[in-house]
Design a binder for this molecule. Structure first.
Ligand SMILES: [Zn+2]
Length: 217
């Protein structure tokens, strides 16, 4: 029970922090260039001229797709020129640069995607089956399957932090005012916290599953 409450609180706190931080810096205009324009300059500077920038529906749906090598920016961050828009656009450009440079953690993360999609879809059914049939081998297998998700969250962390590090380095070098650059840093730090929260929650869940399995034995 405590674990469920802790997990939900951590997740909710991280989500509300990114939302308020993003909203605050969305109201502050940067130097006039839109998120898409600054991302384009960053991509070109790092030899990613072939990476396209496309619109995507929704809010904070921004991502880089390594399959088709495009940045997908939400309308607010693509056309808008707020400090938050530039921060998010440069973070996504950071992922494209990671991809182009063969950043090891990103390669590992991409390689894990098919396995994690599979384990995520079946682990809970394996756990239910193990409990139903009272087979400890099956519940242990379910925990091993769940551990792939935990691993994925842990590998995601350095990938996200590195993309933000690249974005901040570019923003600092691009001549954004120190006050606005500090705002961009704040937005990206808040975004990173959501990944830390997700990783922490998954570790807690794993520990809970292991503990439960032990006490059953
Ligand atoms: Zn990212």
């Amino acid at each position: 029970m405590l674990l469920v409450v802790a997990s939900i609180s951590i997740g909710t706190a991280a989500q509300s922090y990114i939302k308020t931080t993003y909203r605050r810096w969305s109201a502050v205009e940067s130097d006039g260039a839109s998120g898409s324009q600054v991302a384009r300059r960053m991509l070109d500077e790092f030899g990613c001229g072939q990476v396209g920038i496309k619109p995507v529906a929704g809010s904070l749906t921004d991502h880089y797709d390594p399959q088709d090598k495009n940045l997908y920016l939400s309308e607010e961050n693509r056309a808008g020129g707020s400090v938050a828009s530039v921060a998010v656009a440069c973070h996504e450009a950071g992922h494209a640069v990671q991809h182009a440079q063969g950043f090891a953690m990103m390669r590992i993360r991409t390689a894990l995607v098919p396995a994690v999609n599979f384990t995520q879809s079946i682990w809970f059914y394996v756990l239910l089956g193990g409990m139903w049939l009272n087979l400890s081998g099956l519940t242990t297998a379910a925990i091993v399957l769940f551990a792939f998700s935990v691993l994925f969250h842990l590998v995601t962390l350095p990938v996200e932090i590195d993309a933000s590090r690249r974005a901040i380095a570019y923003i600092d070098a691009s001549g954004m005012s120190p006050a606005n650059a500090a705002g961009a840093r704040e937005v990206l730090r808040a975004a990173a916290l959501t990944y830390v929260a997700a990783a922490l929650t998954s570790v807690l869940q794993l520990l809970y599953l292991i503990g439960r399995n032990r006490s059953r034995d």
